[in-house]
Ligand binder design. Structure first.
Ligand SMILES: Nc1nc2c(ncn2[C@@H]2O[C@H](COP(=O)(O)OP(=O)(O)OP(=O)(O)O)[C@@H](O)[C@H]2O)c(=O)[nH]1
Ligand SMILES: [Mg+2]
Length: 367
């Protein structure tokens, strides 16, 4: 039997990783064997660590998105299939990517349909974010709204996620707007954290033969798309923190997060998604900020007292890369000084994504 390959896209912070982790667990409960592929423009991925901490097999493709690193994706999919013999491979695309049908789904169908069943492309949506991005209240430039609309247009399945924290009225309003953008997609309301809608999603991707590949973005303007991506500063860092006197892992990471957010608000940096992860062996704390004016969401918590930890930061923020890097490093250093904790940066990269240059762009489907 062919391995099923599922691709999920959708804007930064929509819940793709959380949805995939839940999907993986449910598939495993049904006796399926699942492997996961994560993706990012940079390295040190919190998503990969998160999947591993949940006991899931995750492989990261770093240094570029699936469309620009299609050969890497294809090799990874083949290698994972050979080594792990999964029945499902779940792949998460970078949240600022679009045109995935032309650059990933169609080439994968063209080159790998003998070995893999390519399931319909799923796009995850945070309804509150969608509501802002589709309106004048959009805190991001127009081009980012354009990119978001393109992501919706190429969906075969739209997951209206976070239904646990959004009112029915807002959900209906957003669904109506998105339906106008893409009348052909199947809409499913989900909550990754409460497990709502996941069975309906599994049922659909489990039984539909293949992605049709029809939702290709023939008229996508790459100049606008590239401009949208370039507005975002992208920072990935891995920092070792050590102290002579022990400190509370959770409190330190939360303090860094809160100070960072205050500084973002002061400077007008809008967070697309900032992830923080503090780790000392099996002790983990992980948080997400998906809006500079909302609260951090802390997923894992750990009140343990430690003398060292690794701090991973993955920040995607509406800011110039150098300003973002200065702001974040200065906050980490200031807070750590106050806590008598020393910092050693093991890795730090900060950039704006380069213009997308896909390996393939199959605007005409070849069967
Ligand atoms: N309340 C609620 N929170 C959710 C849900 N799904 C995800 N989240 C939270 O939303 C935040 C972002 O989730 P992720 O799964 O990391 O989002 P993502 O789309 O993978 O983000 P990127 O990898 O940056 O593109 C985290 O704090 C999650 O816990 C949901 O259904 N309900
Ligand atoms: Mg993710």
């Amino acid at each position: 039997m062919k391995t099923s390959l599922l691709l999920i896209g959708g804007f930064l912070g929509a819940g793709k990783t959380t949805l995939l982790a839940e999907l993986a667990q449910r598939l495993q409960e049904k006796g399926e064997k699942v492997a996961i592929i994560t993706n990012d423009q940079g390295s040190d991925l919190i998503d990969t660590e998160f999947m591993e901490s949940k006991g899931l097999n995750a492989t990261g493709i770093t240094g570029g998105c699936f469309c620009c690193k299609f050969d890497d994706l294809q090799e990874t999919v083949i290698r994972v299939a050979q080594n792990q013999q999964p029945t499902w491979i779940l792949a998460e695309a970078v949240g600022s990517c679009t045109d995935l049908v032309a650059t990933v789904i169609r080439p994968m169908k063209r080159l790998q349909s003998n070995n893999f069943r390519i399931t319909p492309i799923t796009i995850a949506v945070d309804p509150e974010r969608a509501n802002l991005l589709l309106e004048d209240r959009n805190p991001f430039p127009y081009e980012v709204g354009y990119l978001f609309a393109q992501q919706i247009q190429e969906a075969e399945i739209v997951l209206l996620n976070k239904s646990d924290r959004v009112s029915n009225e807002l959900m209906e309003e957003v669904e109506k707007k998105l339906h106008r953008t893409n009348p052909n997609a199947r809409f499913i309301r989900t909550s990754a954290v409460q497990g709502i809608g996941l069975e309906e999603w599994i049922d659909y991707v489990g039984h539909t033969e293949e992605s049709s590949g029809e939702s290709v973005l023939n008229t996508l303007d790459y100049d606008i798309y590239a401009t949208a991506e370039a507005y975002l500063g992208w920072l990935n860092a891995s920092i070792k923190l050590t102290a002579e006197k022990s400190f509370n892992l959770e409190e330190l990471v939360k303090t860094i997060g809160i100070e960072m957010q205050e500084e973002f608000v002061k400077k007008g940096f809008e967070a697309a998604h900032v992830k923080l992860m503090g780790r000392n062996g099996s002790r983990v704390i992980k948080g997400s900020l998906t809006n500079s004016n909302k609260e951090w969401e802390w997923i894992f918590q750990d009140q343990d007292i430690v003398t060292e930890m690794t701090l991973l930061i993955n920040a995607r923020v509406l800011a110039q890369p150098n300003q973002l890097s200065d702001t974040i490093t200065s906050i980490v250093n200031t807070v750590c000084d106050q806590w008598n904790v020393s910092t050693q940066i093991d890795h730090l990269e900060c950039f704006s994504p380069a213009r997308p240059n896909p390996t393939y762009r199959d605007l005409v489907e070849i069967n």
